[in-house]
Design a protein around this ligand. Structure first.
Ligand SMILES: *Cc1c(COP(=O)(O)O)cnc(C)c1O
Length: 425
């Protein structure tokens, strides 16, 4: 029998993957064998880990682990049903109340992941004819959520409040959801949240902040970038993810009771999905207690960020205007970013190369993320290694303003994709 021909869609996918490989843009999946605080073991090699989002070092905290085990013993592993069909357990309800209380919001709603949280929020709020006004470097989950909701996606230049105002004026009386990352995931800088909140209110637009990289890290009691900016709870809907500083997994939306009631009715990714494992809620509750009671983790992290920036500045490394634990170093082409990442690995450091379409063409970078679990010496050695590796890189033949080499088959896509997918990790 003749071999079955490759289906057309699979063939196209293969061609796209091949084009990525030719342009140093292909992604590779690695298996991590072990993690412990600030290290990861890959292929038998122990690396100092500057690639994780475990900002406070809670993912392996004994209290969090014990809570997960206790939760599983009490409640089993799976929730067995969607929230509305008996999957909503005391562990979920307790965590939702604690999260709302922490943020000063009326209610919080647990959702399976940050992606599902955005699909839930945008899908329930927006209809076709509405608009979602977003920073150009917002996370992919918000960009895609606007499309999923059938709303018009309207973007403004990075952190540009006047640009946002122009877009809102252009939209006139149309209903709009203004949404921004609190801390931008690939740049580490902070959105002009107070000004955006004022602007949104003046246009009767709804305002939402994605606090994925800010909760637990910034603001009083780690309440995030909106709290740091002095917003009152009613000024913004908060979307939080639990897979970063909380060290667990999942996400939530927090806001007024009327919002949460509406999400429970109309958010399809919430209504038609199995509730997250209740034991995970128990573990997350323990992580929240640590965020509240061990403020020294946040302070230590801030000291490490300052240490990194001071040393990197002395070593003349091209640091960006970030005061958060996300410290990117732009190296230019994707090929240079890959070379730098590989050279750091050879020296015992895990530092990922972030390339287009996650970041704009010509702005490939090393993305360093710091954790309270790091030792001062880890930071010192990292800066030494960065200085050695970056000075030994080949000349930036493909500097910031040149196209990626070998991108011909996809060059059109490479040029247009960053417009829609930039900062889409
Ligand atoms: C990681 C991330 C998300 C997605 O959250 P998950 O819980 O991992 O799905 C959303 N927004 C930002 C800014 C993120 O960095």
């Amino acid at each position: 029998m003749a071999a079955r021909p490759t289906p057309a869609l699979i063939e196209r996918l293969i061609a796209r993957t091949r084009a990525r490989a030719g342009a140093a843009l292909v992604r590779t999946l690695e298996t991590v064998e072990h993690t412990s605080g600030a290290t990861r073991v890959v292929a038998g090699e122990r690396l100092i880990d500057f690639a994780a989002n475990d900002y406070l070092g809670l993912a392996r905290h004994p209290h969090v682990i014990a809570a997960l085990i206790r939760g599983a013993a009490n409640d089993g592993v799976g929730a067995r049903a969607a929230h509305l069909l008996g999957g909503h357990r005391s562990a979920h309800a307790g965590l939702e109340a604690a999260l709302a209380d922490w943020l000063g919001q009326e209610r919080a709603l647990l959702v399976g992941s940050g992606w599902l949280a955005h699909l839930s929020l945008f899908g329930a709020l927006l209809e076709s004819g509405d608009a979602s006004v977003q920073d150009k470097r917002n996370h992919a989950s918000m960009i895609d959520a606007a499309r999923y909701a059938g709303a018009e996606l309207v973007r403004y230049p990075h952190r540009d409040v006047a640009g946002c105002a122009r877009q809102l004026e252009r939209l006139g009386p149309r209903a709009a959801l203004v949404a921004t990352d609190g801390v931008f995931s690939m740049d580490g800088d902070i959105a002009p949240i107070a000004a955006l909140a004022t602007l949104a209110a003046a246009h009767r637009a709804t305002f939402a902040v994605d606090e994925a990289h800010a909760l637990g890290v910034l603001g009083p009691d780690g309440r995030g970038s909106a709290a740091l900016a002095g917003l009152r709870p009613r000024d913004a809907i908060i979307v939080g993810t639990l897979g970063k500083a909380f060290g667990t997994y999942g996400a939530f939306v927090a806001g007024d009771a009327a919002l949460i009631d509406g999400l429970i009715q109309f958010a399809r990714p919430y209504v038609y999905a199995t509730a997250p494992p209740p034991a995970l809620a128990t573990a997350t509750h323990a992580a929240l207690a640590l965020i509240l009671n061990e403020g020294w983790r946040r302070e230590r992290l801030a000291r490490l960020v300052a240490r990194f920036r001071r040393l990197a500045h002395s070593a003349a490394l091209p640091i960006m205007a970030s005061t958060t634990p996300i410290q990117p170093l732009i190296v230019g082409s994707a090929a240079r970013a890959l070379l730098a990442s590989a050279a750091l690995r050879a020296r015992g450091f895990a530092v990922p190369a972030i390339r287009p379409p996650t970041v704009p063409v010509g702005a490939a970078r090393l993305r360093i993320s710091l954790s309270a679990a790091h030792a001062d010496g880890d930071i010192d050695r990292l800066v030494e290694a960065l200085a050695a590796v970056l000075s030994a890189l080949p000349d930036p033949a493909a500097g910031p303003h040149r196209a990626e080499p070998g991108a011909t088959p996809e060059s059109k896509a490479t040029q247009t994709v960053p417009e829609t997918e930039c900062a889409s990790r």
